[in-house]
Design a protein around this ligand. Structure first.
Ligand code: SF4
Length: 728
């Protein structure tokens, strides 16, 4: 049988545990007592004052292959096995995790199998996951709550019931009852009695306030070994008989804070408040929430977080190619993040031949926190990692904290003190998911690096631009970058820093050398970044983002030409591109002329498509705009191209419109059910190609579908050759 004795720190649970073990041992039971309090004094009386080495201290210094259970197992009175889990130094690491590591060690060595009764002596103030381990069903068969009549002690007992309720719901009964450790306070009996009644538990025994306990402590003995205290001994003998006899077990029914106050303190205020309060949800329904996950009805009320801030920041920071990025956490977090960095790189290389160096060879490493660091703190390990990275002379060291390092309280900002004038060490306290989701990690990384790295004292150079806010795991980003880079190169303009994409610490430091900045795309995060750079560094931004489609690209080049005094060159490029564009549009006309297009879109600029489709002779019969962002972004500057624009459509309306208007081409992300051959369905690209030819490449792909409606996948995608090269 396994028993967990829980109680508030200092309430006397270790004394009670040791005396109960002694009573059980005296009755001939083979008993193992496991102290789960970082104070590690649970078994002191059983060992007559001798200290057993704690499991955690032992594990810290002992490699796995040299572990021995007898190194931490003491033998106390009546042959009682004595174990102390121990804990880290105060203020570092995680004592709860320490208990988990200790229990793993004990089960590796099958220690419990040698005993009849296992007694866990557990601190009940902190009911984090680690301290709650003994209460899990794989451990405790029965739980004893030790409490005095002090309010905080009863509060802790109630908290323990909450923890048990969390594990058991109302399906299991594992609480044996209350061990009342008397303090002789006024009104104490009544408080404990009322609490017991309110939570529906019996008071198993009352341990009287007695000088005998102090005397036994001084002698480092249990009261069971003294010769003149039969009354106190009888209490523990009775408790031991309950354990070996037939214990009645109860379900945990914790009180709300108001109920606890009302029951224990009899406060009029809280009673009145409770009467006025609306009826509360039953505790069982609240605590069983995890069981209902996965069903539609019990979906969480708040929107889910996608990814973690740690991951988002890592994906961004690795684009400083000469930096060393250190993930402070377990290898598992780094591995998962490494996959998310490298998979777009591999995919784009194999599928499209696009090289993304930061994604293929990320400058990213793990601090490699293990169980020992999770328990004792990981700052020493991190400091060593940062020093080793600095030996390699990177442009900067960037440290990111994961959930584990955050939970155990590692203050990673301390490593910033290792910074030198050449190598700044920048710590981002994200604590995994605590700082937010993936996008928040990207945001924090960009802002921190802009703030910490950009140098104000640089001289501006002519004909240089920075690009700010590219989505840095997308292959489309690289394609678009090349299109814009090549157009600007023809105007004699270079791209200085891509913030943050395939760049370097040096380029970020000299960011202000470029007199003009271009936002990569329209988003709230990008606009915030623009505002920050304008305000902090006086940066100048073009008032349009990287362009899509002919008109947009032409205007973009004109603006840049005006800024750098090379408008004529811009016009020359536009004239040349226009001739080629018109020729390709002419080639599309035989296929598209007179065809009806129906299109649904979210609220974004689709002029790049409408202009080209109109020029190719299509009739745009209906545009449905799903303005779920409720923004003021325009859909088109050319409503004259469209027969009807509906700004508040519903999915049902799409089907009605298809039936009524009989389009040849339906552009939508909704699943529709065309009669065979009635129309072709396509969707708009999520990231349209930048530059003059955005619409041409889309229309030319659609053209192949009109020309041969039976094309097989693998032909029109044009990927069979690549597939066979890499996978066949
Ligand atoms: S930091 Fe947290 S959320 Fe992110 S991978 Fe690690 S454990 Fe998961």
């Amino acid at each position: 049988m396994e028993i967990a004795v829980y109680g508030k720190g200092g309430i006397g649970k270790s004394t009670i545990s040791a005396n109960l073990s002694a009573a059980l041992g005296a009755a001939g039971e083979k008993v193992l007592q496991i102290g789960c309090d970082p104070k590690h004094d649970s078994t002191r009386l059983l060992m007559h004052g001798e200290q057993v080495p704690t499991v955690l201290d032992y594990l810290k210094d002992t490699p796995l292959e040299r572990e021995r259970i007898d190194a931490v197992l003491g033998e106390g009175i009546y042959g009682i096995g004595c174990i102390e889990a121990g804990g880290p130094r105060p203020g570092v690491g995680c004592a709860g995790r320490g208990i988990i590591s200790s229990f793993e060690f004990l089960s590796r060595h099958h220690l419990k199998e040698k005993y009849d009764i296992i007694l866990y002596d557990v601190l009940g103030d902190v009911v984090c996951g680690g301290f709650a381990v003994p209460v899990r069903r794989e451990y405790a068969d029965a739980v004893f709550l030790v409490t005095s009549g002090e309010y905080m002690s009863l509060y802790a007992a109630n908290n323990i019931l909450r923890g048990i309720r969390n594990f058991d719901g109302d399906r299991y009964r594992r609480v044996a009852g209350i061990v009342y450790n008397e303090r002789k306070l006024p009104g104490e009996d009544g408080r404990v009695q009322r609490f017991a009644e309110a939570v529906g538990l019996p008071i198993l025994v009352k341990v009287p306030r007695s000088g005998v306990f102090g005397r036994a402590e001084e002698e480092n003995r249990t009261v069971m070994e003294l010769s003149d205290c039969s009354a106190e001994q009888q209490v523990f003998t009775r408790l031991a008989e309950m354990v070996t006899g037939s214990l009645t077990l109860y379900g945990a029914a914790p009180l709300s804070d108001e109920e606890l106050e009302a029951a224990v303190l009899l406060t009029e205020r809280t009673k009145a408040k409770k009467e006025d309060a609306p009826e509360e949800k039953p505790a069982a329904a609240e605590e069983n929430i995890s069981e209902s996950f996965g069903t539609e009805a019990a979906a969480p009320a708040r929107p889910p977080l996608y990814g973690c801030a740690f991951n988002g920041a890592a994906v961004t920071a690795v684009h400083l190619q000469d930096a060393a990025v250190i993930a402070h956490g377990p290898d598992a977090c780094a591995f998962y993040t490494l996959q998310s960095i490298t998979s777009p790189g591999r995919k784009n290389l194999f599928k499209k031949g696009i090289l993304m160096p930061s994604a293929l060879h990320p400058n990213f490493e793990s601090s490699g926190m293990g169980a020992a660091e999770a328990v004792f703190g990981g700052m020493e390990l991190l400091t060593e990692k940062v020093k080793a990275a600095m030996e390699r002379k990177p442009g900067a060291v960037i440290v990111l904290s994961s959930c584990v390092s955050g939970i155990i309280g590692d203050d990673i900002t301390a490593v910033e003190e290792l910074s030198t004038s050449e190598i700044p060490v920048i710590a981002l306290r994200l604590d995994g998911v605590l700082a937010g989701d993936y996008m928040e990690g990207i945001r924090q990384c960009r802002f921190t690096l802009a703030e910490r790295l950009i140098d104000r004292n640089v001289t501006k150079k002519d004909k240089l631009v920075n690009i700010v806010g590219e989505v840095n795991i997308s292959g489309a980003t690289e394609q678009n970058f090349r299109v814009i880079r090549d157009l600007l190169a023809r105007m004699g303009i270079g791209i200085h820093c891509r913030f943050l994409n395939e760049t370097s610490v040096d380029k970020v430091r000299n960011f202000l050398e470029a007199p003009l900045n271009i936002l990569a795309s329209e988003s709230q995060d990008n606009r915030e970044m623009e505002a920050f750079l304008k305000e902090k560094y006086g940066c100048v931004f073009l008032d349009r983002v990287i362009p899509t489609g002919f008109e947009d690209t032409a205007d973009f080049l004109r603006q840049i030409g005006d800024f750098f005094g090379c408008r004529e060159k811009a016009e020359e490029i536009i004239r040349e591109k226009k001739a080629a564009y018109d020729a390709r549009i002419e080639a599309l006309k035989p296929v598209f002329s007179g065809k009806k297009m129906l299109l649904t879109t979210i609220n974004a600029n689709i002029d790049w498509l409408l202009g080209a489709a109109h020029a190719a002779g299509m009739k745009i019969v209906w545009v449905g705009v799903l303005n779920y962002l409720r923004t003021a972004l325009c859909v088109t500057n050319h409503p004259e191209y469209c027969e009807e624009i509906d700004e508040e459509f519903t999915p049902g309306l799409v089907f009605d419109k298809i039936r009524d208007l009989q389009p040849d081409l339906v552009i939508t992300n909704y699943t529709t059910e065309p009669e065979q051959g009635a129309y072709i369905q396509e969707s708009l690209p999520m990231a349209p190609e930048a530059g003059f030819n955005t619409a041409l490449s889309v229309l030319e792909r659609w053209k192949t579908r009109f020309e041969n409606r039976e094309v097989k996948e693998g032909d029109w995608k044009n990927d069979r050759e690549l597939f066979e090269k890499y996978f066949a």
